[in-house]
Design a protein around this ligand. Sequence first.
Ligand SMILES: Nc1ncnc2c1ncn2[C@@H]1O[C@H](COP(=O)(O)OP(=O)(O)OP(=O)(O)O)[C@@H](O)[C@H]1O
Ligand SMILES: [Mg+2]
Length: 244
Amino acid sequence: MTGNLIDINNVSKYYGTSAALKDVSFKVGQGEILAIAGPSGSGKTTLLNMISGLSKPTTGSISISSQDIGKLKPGKDLANLVGMIDQQYSIIPELNVINNVLAGNLGNWSLFKSLLSLIYPLERGKVFAILKDLGIEDKINNKAAHLSGGEQQRVSIARLLVQNPMVVLADEPVSSLDPARAEDIMQLIRSKLVNTNRSVIITLHNTRLIQEYCSRLIGIKEHSIVFDVSANEINESMLKELYK
Ligand SMILES: Nc1ncnc2c1ncn2[C@@H]1O[C@H](COP(=O)(O)OP(=O)(O)OP(=O)(O)O)[C@@H](O)[C@H]1O
Ligand SMILES: [Mg+2]
């Protein structure tokens, strides 16, 4: 670990008068894979959405590499700092694989759409190399809709590798997957996305996957952090208590 990349400082989020997250503070170092766990409604997605810049804290601040995320508009600057894998691995089904991957170059969808006609062969070599590393280079011209679920996940990881943000967020990336595919995606995240300059934050419920793939676990309950431990300190009773 070479230093703190993410600094979450007394962050609260209120919807009207009801709290979605209350006074949360923590730092995340480069090279860390941080798991966030907690019961439904505890505030996990709310937290990730604020780290991604999608929503703003009601109070407190979030910085990545000393830049205040709450002050950045969607676009290149934000895309260089943070990227997200969502539960649906949102690929664009009607586009072919290369265009889905190249979307990682662009800060937002309207720009993406407007530039679509320009981007066809520009970085084909780069995309090919990334897809080859993920074992799906033969699909580069295929329509994304015709890929298997596992291949679509690889495309979404390839897009993130093109975007190359300093922080990668994944909201329940394995919760809709069978155990073999869950293992596969966690291995891909660890082997392709984690490096010494980047931090990864994943919401995960499975104790074994957390222990195996993550360096640290933060437990959230009733909108607040209840523990913050390294992976080797996790035990079943902590998680049982968290979900009780
Ligand atoms: N846009 C919104 N407007 C009002 N309330 C919201 C909004 N988004 C989230 N909430 C509330 O904030 C709380 C935290 O929601 P959040 O989605 O962060 O939970 P979560 O921990 O991700 O749950 P799950 O495990 O079910 O995904 C919930 O009570 C939710 O109803
Ligand atoms: Mg959620």
